[in-house]
Design a protein around this ligand. Structure first.
Ligand SMILES: *[C@@H]1O[C@H](CO)[C@@H](O)[C@H](O)[C@H]1NC(C)=O
Ligand SMILES: *[C@@H]1O[C@H](CO)[C@@H](O)[C@H](O)[C@H]1NC(C)=O
Ligand SMILES: *[C@@H]1O[C@H](CO)[C@@H](O)[C@H](O)[C@H]1NC(C)=O
Ligand SMILES: *[C@@H]1O[C@H](CO)[C@@H](O)[C@H](O)[C@H]1NC(C)=O
Ligand SMILES: *[C@@H]1O[C@H](CO)[C@@H](O)[C@H](O)[C@H]1NC(C)=O
Length: 401
């Protein structure tokens, strides 16, 4: 029976080997409550507008990376067996890179990353969607990021990821996007309400420049905002399957720096945050979907679905977001944890992040949960001191009968 988790992703499908993670650093602790990345969240009933999403190590993303001659997205060879120690270890390394980008880690973690010793360093997000924009259309495999807001693609490149210039042989059409080549593109001028840098404008009717800096060292995307059509599919009712060309404001990313030149979000990034410039917000404010909401679902084979306008089911549980007006994020408040027969009162906030593999907890919650779990497990503890690329990150592993 399909499980359903709209908007908020929680790991629902218990992993075959309940691994408890301990991060390399001291500022937060990782906990593999379940295989969140491959969480078994089947779509109950598709609705609204949507498209398929692909896990970073899915065949679709692999093929796409190979067509473009880019090896950076490849899954470490020893980690292909889901559930193996190497698999969890690789996900953990991914998370460390990801946290560095988000700035959830403390300053000393950022330094740790800049100095290396992490094989998968700043390697981008976990989930991608193939999206098409413009007329004629250009296709991009964009990273889906609930931690930021702006959607941008490499465009009129002055400094883009090298793969942007590689032409595929027998692959999809990989023409670079340029607003000048698209008959449906429109200039977004500085007096547009979505223009956040009016001070950087020469005149009120010049093109609105944008610049987004990400937390990892020297990583940014900049260019100008443009409006063009984004191709979506209607999924519900009599018009199911109908194509929808949604006018969207996004960044024509002319200059990328840092991690974006080294394998992260090489083909653009779709921010799914709460700001008014994000794609979910634009779809809602333009009335193309009735509700300012979306759902993301993932399946074990790495292919999932994102649906804009999904309001979920009537019987689902809900929890409010803690919304700060200055920088709203999908921040929730956790008040208690149940571990088997134990109920642990806790009190902390946590950001719900589709791009992170594991659930990470600080102390005292981490120790409360792990010791409670360990005390209720009868299996023998397993001890992996290393996974070949550094200390093994998980504290609690068990031999399963
Ligand atoms: C990573 O750090 C460990 C411990 O400090 C060291 O033994 C190892 O050689 C380092 N690996 C790399 C690739 O720098
Ligand atoms: C993009 O254009 C091609 C033809 O150039 C067409 O076959 C394809 O269906 C279009 N994609 C979308 C999403 O409309
Ligand atoms: C910008 O506005 C000025 C004054 O209103 C006008 O003269 C000029 O043609 C406009 N430029 C563009 C590119 O629309
Ligand atoms: C960031 O850029 C500055 C100036 O270009 C450079 O000195 C510094 O080494 C860069 N840092 C990293 C981590 O790449
Ligand atoms: C989440 O909310 C808590 C409580 O208001 C706040 O302390 C924390 O900084 C917020 N986190 C983020 C990332 O916004």
């Amino acid at each position: 029976m399909p499980l359903r988790v709209p908007t908020i992703l929680l790991p629902l499908h218990a992993s075959p080997s309940p691994a408890m993670a301990r991060s390399y650093s001291h500022s937060y602790r990782g906990l593999a409550v379940a295989v969140a990345v491959a969480a078994f969240l089947a779509v109950g009933q598709a609705s609204g507008l949507g498209f398929d999403i692909h896990h970073r190590y899915s065949p679709v993303v692999q093929r796409w990376a190979e067509e473009r001659g880019h090896a950076g997205l490849r899954w470490p060879a020893d980690a292909v067996v889901e559930g193996s120690p190497a698999y969890y270890s690789a996900l953990s390394r991914h998370d460390h890179a990801h946290f560095a980008r988000r700035g959830l880690a403390q300053g000393d973690d950022l330094l740790t990353f800049a100095d290396g010793n992490v094989t998968v360093r700043l390697d981008g997000s976990l989930h991608y969607a193939e999206v098409a924009v413009g007329t004629p259309n250009t296709t991009f495999l964009v990273a889906l990021d609930t931690g930021s807001d702006l959607f941008w693609v490499p465009c009129d490149c002055k400094q883009c990821s090298p793969i942007t210039n590689i032409t595929a042989q027998g692959g999809p059409d990989l023409r670079p996007y340029s607003p000048a080549q698209s008959s449906t593109s429109k200039t977004v001028t500085c007096d547009n309400g979505l223009c956040e840098r009016p001070n950087a404008c020469a005149t009120r009717n010049s093109s609105c420049p944008y610049a987004v800096r990400y937390v990892s060292a020297n990583t940014s995307s900049s260019g100008v905002l443009v409006e063009d059509v984004l191709y979506l599919t209607r999924e519900r009712g009599a018009v199911a399957g109908a194509a929808v060309k949604a006018p969207i404001v996004f960044g024509c990313g002319q200059v990328q720096t840092g991690a974006f030149l080294e394998g992260a979000a090489m083909d653009g990034l779709m921010g799914l945050g709460m700001d008014k410039v994000s794609v979910p917000s634009i779809l809602a404010s333009s009335g193309l979907v009735k509700s300012d909401s979306f759902s993301m679902c993932f399946s074990r084979d790495g292919v999932g679905r994102i649906n804009f306008g999904d309001t979920g089911s009537r019987d689902q549980a809900e929890t409010p977001f803690i919304v700060r007006s200055t920088h709203p994020t999908y921040n929730i408040s956790v008040t208690s944890m149940d571990v088997g027969s134990n109920s642990l009162p806790v009190g902390f906030s946590a950001v719900v992040d589709s791009g992170t593999s594991f659930t990470y907890l600080n102390d005292p919650a981490y120790t409360a949960l792990t010791t409670s779990f360990n005390s209720q497990v009868n299996e023998r503890r397993a001890n992996f001191s290393t996974d070949g690329s550094g200390p093994f990150p998980f504290e609690y592993c068990y031999h399963l009968r």
